[in-house]
Design a protein around this ligand. Structure first.
Ligand code: PXL
Length: 272
């Protein structure tokens, strides 16, 4: 049967992140994708100003309408959510609209480089923790893993620190884990994957200081590959290789996102 996925995150009209990244990437992966926008912003919050139209009140109405029509999904993938209330609504949606055995993939998009994104605070972290408790797969970066576990953030670290983080995540959550931004050697970064049995690493070259929106590119490509039947480690590798290609395509002056569009043909090739 064809897989149908629902992705819930904001529309940042400008900025190559969240839904404007997830929808084209999942479509390129050949996956029918429904969207539930959590908010509409003029652009993402790393710009000097932004507008924010909260769509929280629409979400239960949309869910009810889908329920009435018997619409359901084989996976739900969530990213940036506008506020606390949405986290609870997303849990309701997962409970009522997922097919039996449907996958719950949560990117706890809320922080990077040791800092929460503008507009979020500790209560948002607590709500995101709740959502991660309900997830089958979580994709935190190092900063998010620290926030979710209470461990201190480190800018540079070793394998021991990474394993401490994964161990704390395993203790707290039932989910499989894809920890991103894991670079334990100079000039490298990568991912550490806990697939329910053991930890496996995939390392690749690090380009620049880190680009905006790469977390969303990564999580979308991971989800597309996973829904296409790749196992969690293979999907994590494909997403990492794709994200590196996207960063390579992006001029340093293009600070607010990555040029993933040019790399979609390579992603399609990797899924074959
Ligand atoms: O996940 C990145 C992201 C998504 N959406 C909005 C953001 C950010 C990061 O800053 O501000 C609105």
């Amino acid at each position: 049967m064809c897989k149908k996925i629902l992705t819930i995150q904001d529309i940042s009209c400008v900025g190559q992140c969240s839904l404007t990244v997830a929808l084209p990437i999942l479509s390129a992966c050949g996956v029918e994708t429904a969207i539930l926008p959590s908010a509409v912003l003029s652009n993402h919050t790393a710009f000097s100003e932004f507008t924010f139209c909260d769509l929280t009140d629409e979400m239960p109405k949309i869910r009810k309408s889908w329920e009435n029509q018997g619409i359901n999904f084989s996976a739900v993938y969530t990213g940036y959510l506008g506020n606390l209330r949405q986290v609870a609504l997303v849990k309701d949606i997962m409970n009522s609209l997922l097919m039996p055995d449907g996958a719950k993939i949560v990117d706890p998009a809320m922080a990077d480089s040791g800092k929460l994104y503008t507009g979020f605070d500790d209560s948002y972290v607590a709500a995101m923790k709740e959502l991660c408790h309900a997830a089958d797969i979580i994709l935190p970066n190092i900063t998010e893993a620290c926030l979710l576990t209470g461990l201190p953030y480190k800018n540079s670290f070793d394998k021991e620190y990474v394993e401490e983080l994964i161990s704390a995540l395993k203790k707290e959550f039932n989910a499989k884990i894809v920890l991103t931004g894991v670079g334990v050697k100079n000039g490298t970064t990568g991912v550490a994957v806990y697939d329910g049995h053991g930890i496996r690493y995939y390392e690749h070259v690090k380009i620049g200081l880190g680009s905006h929106g790469t977390g969303d590119v990564y999580a979308s490509a991971f989800t597309g590959a996973y829904i296409n039947g790749k196992d969690i480690f293979e999907a994590a590798k494909i997403a990492a290789d794709f994200t590196v290609l996207c960063i390579k395509e992006t001029e340093p002056e293009h600070w607010y996102g990555v040029r993933f569009e040019k790399c979609l043909p390579e992603l399609i090739e990797m899924l074959k």
